[in-house]
Design a protein around this ligand. Structure first.
Ligand code: UDX
Length: 436
C-alpha cells in the first residue's frame, strides 16, 4: 500500500533496530530515538552496534526511510505510534528493571494523538500501571498498546517478516487498530486481546520454551544413566504433533538475553502476586546444573583438571550472534579456571564481547589454534564451521583425545573413527565406546 504510517522507535538495541529495519522494509518511515548519542552518530553513518545477519544490509537499503536522533520530539512530530524497545534487565531480586521504560513514560508530553506500543518485555500489569501514570501526569489521552516481540537472535529479520503470530493487546481504540494495520502486510496470524493477556503471552511463551529445553536436558541426563540416546528419543518424541520437534535439542543449557531473564521474571511475578510457581524453579535449577555437567565429564577422563589444557569451541550463547549474555561459556570458563585448567577459546564473532566478560582465557583466532596441544576440546556453541572440522586433523593437533560435545553437533561414530573419545549430552554411544 502507498500510505504507510510513519512510526517512532525508542531504543536502538536489538529489538528496536530490527523493528525499525523491518518496518522500513514494509515501506514505513521510521524515526529512531536513543539517549546514547554515540550510538546514534554511529547509526547515522551506517554503523550497526550489534551483529545480526542481514541487519546492516537492510538498514543500508532503507537509509532514506530510517531517521536517527537523540531527540524524542523528532519521533513525536512525525509519528503517532511510538514503539518502546528499551532494555528491561533483571535486578538483583530477579524482577525486571523498568527504569528505562519509566523514563520513556515520563518523557511523553500530554497528547490525544500518540500511543506507546510496548515491545520491551515487561511484567504483567505494567501496561495498567503506565496508563495510571499517564492519568496522574495529566496525559490521560496518551494511548497504550502491548505488542510483544518474539524474534530470535540470529534469525531476527526473518522472524520479523515471517512471524508465527502477531500479538496486540489494547483497549480497543484507534491505537490498537493502527498497530494491527501496520502488521497487516505480513499476513500473520493475529491475536488481539487485552493488555495483560498480551503481556503474559510473551512471558509464558519464553518460559514454556525454556521448560522444553530443561525437560529434554533432564531426559538426556537419564539417557546417560540408562544407555538410551537422547537424539533418537527427541526425534521419536518430536514427531508427535502435540510435542513438535523444536526446542528438544539437549545441550549444556540455555542462555541469552531472554530465557534466563524472562523465566526468572515470571517466577518473581508469580511470587509477588502470591503464587509459588514450582515448575519454573526446577527449569532454572536444571539449567544451572546442566552447564556444570561438562566439568564432571572432563574429570571422568582427565582426573583433576589442574594444569590441563582445555579448548572451548564457541563462546556466544548460540550460533549466529556475538551475544554473550548468560552464555554457558561464562560459567564453564570460570569453573574450569577455578579447577586449575588452562582455558583457550575460539569463537567466530563473539571474541570482542567475550573479552569484556571473561578473564584469564587465551583467545585464539582459529579453531585449530585453540585445539593445538589441548588435552580436551569442548564444543560449547554449535557454529556451522565447527561441523566442517576435519576430525583427524583435530585429533592430530591435540595432546589428548577427549571431545566433549556440549551441543550434540558431531556424529559420535565419526568422532570415534577419528580416534577420539566422544562425550555428548545424553548419548550412550559414547559410554559404549569406552567399555570397548
Ligand atoms: C528466545 C526466544 O526464542 C524468542 O522467541 C524470544 O523473543 C527471545 O528469546 P533467543 O534468546 O534469541 O530467542 O534464542 P533461542 O534460539 O530461542 O535460544 C535460546 C537458548 O536456548 C540458546 O542458548 C540455545 O542454545 C538454547 N536452546 C535452544 C537449547 O539448548 N536447545 C534447544 O532445543 C533450543
Amino acid at each position: 500500500s502507498t500510505n504507510r504510517e510513519p512510526i517512532g522507535v525508542i531504543g536502538t538495541g536489538y529489538v528496536g533496530l530490527v523493528t525499525a529495519a523491518g518496518f522500513a522494509e514494509l515501506g514505513n518511515e521510521v524515526y529512531c530515538v536513543d539517549i546514547d548519542s554515540e550510538k546514534i552518530e554511529g547509526l547515522k553513518n551506517g554503523q550497526i552496534p550489534i551483529w545480526e545477519p542481514g541487519l546492516e544490509e537492510l538498514i543500508a537499503k532503507h537509509r532514506d526511510r530510517l531517521h536517527f536522533s537523540t531527540n524524542l520530539s523528532d519521533a513525536l512530530e512525525h509519528a503517532r505510534l511510538l514503539f518502546v524497545a528499551v532494555g528491561t534487565p533483571p535486578t538483583y531480586s530477579g524482577d525486571a528493571d523498568l527504569s528505562a521504560v519509566n523514563a520513556v513514560v515520563d518523557a511523553m508530553p500530554p497528547s490525544d494523538q500518540h500511543a506507546l506500543v510496548m515491545k520491551s518485555t515487561v511484567p504483567v500489569g505494567t501496561g495498567e500501571t503506565i496508563k495510571r501514570v499517564f492519568r496522574e501526569q495529566g496525559k490521560a489521552g496518551f494511548r497504550y498498546v502491548s505488542c510483544p516481540e518474539f524474534l530470535k537472535e540470529g534469525s531476527a529479520i526473518k522472524d520479523f517478516l515471517e512471524p508465527d503470530r502477531v500479538v496486540v493487546g489494547d483497549d480497543g481504540d484507534w491505537a490498537g487498530d493502527a498497530v494491527v494495520e501496520l502488521y497487516a502486510p505480513l499476513g500473520a496470524e493475529l491475536v488481539r486481546t487485552d493488555i495483560k493477556s498480551a503481556e503474559m503471552v510473551k512471558l509464558a511463551s519464553n518460559a514454556f520454551l525454556a521448560t522444553k529445553i530443561s525437560f529434554i536436558n533432564e531426559i538426556a541426563n537419564v539417557c546417560e544413566e540408562t544407555g538410551a540416546d537422547v537424539v533418537e528419543v527427541a526425534k521419536g518424541m518430536g514427531l508427535d504433533n502435540r510435542i513438535g520437534p523444536k526446542f528438544l535439542q539437549a545441550g549444556i543449557g540455555f542462555g541469552g538475553s531472554c530465557f534466563p531473564k524472562d523465566v526468572t521474571a515470571l517466577k518473581q511475578l508469580a511470587g509477588n502476586s502470591g503464587y509459588h510457581f514450582q515448575l519454573l524453579n526446577s527449569v532454572i535449577e536444571v539449567n544451572e546444573l546442566q552447564k556444570r555437567r561438562v566439568i564432571a565429564k572432563l574429570e571422568k577422563h582427565l582426573g583433576k583438571l589442574v594444569d590441563k589444557k582445555i579448548a572451548l569451541l564457541g563462546l556466544a550463547f548460540k550460533p549466529n550472534t556475538d551475544d554473550m549474555r548468560e552464555a554457558s561459556s561464562l560459567v564453564l570458563s570460570s569453573r574450569l579456571q577455578a579447577a586449575g585448567a588452562h582455558v583457550r577459546a575460539y569463537d567466530p564473532v563473539a571474541e570482542e564481547e567475550a573479552r569484556k566478560l571473561i578473564r584469564g582465557v587465551s583467545f585464539k583466532s582459529t579453531a585449530l589454534d585453540a585445539i593445538e596441544g589441548a588435552d580436551a576440546v569442548v564444543l560449547v556453541t554449535e557454529w556451522p564451521e565447527f561441523a566442517e572440522l576435519d576430525l583427524v586433523e583435530v585429533k592430530n593437533a591435540m595432546a589428548g583425545d577427549l571431545l566433549v560435545d556440549g551441543r550434540n553437533l558431531f556424529d559420535p561414530g565419526q568422532v570415534r573413527d577419528a580416534g577420539l573419545l566422544y562425550e555428548g549430552v545424553g548419548r550412550a554411544s559414547s559410554a559404549a565406546h569406552q567399555e570397548v
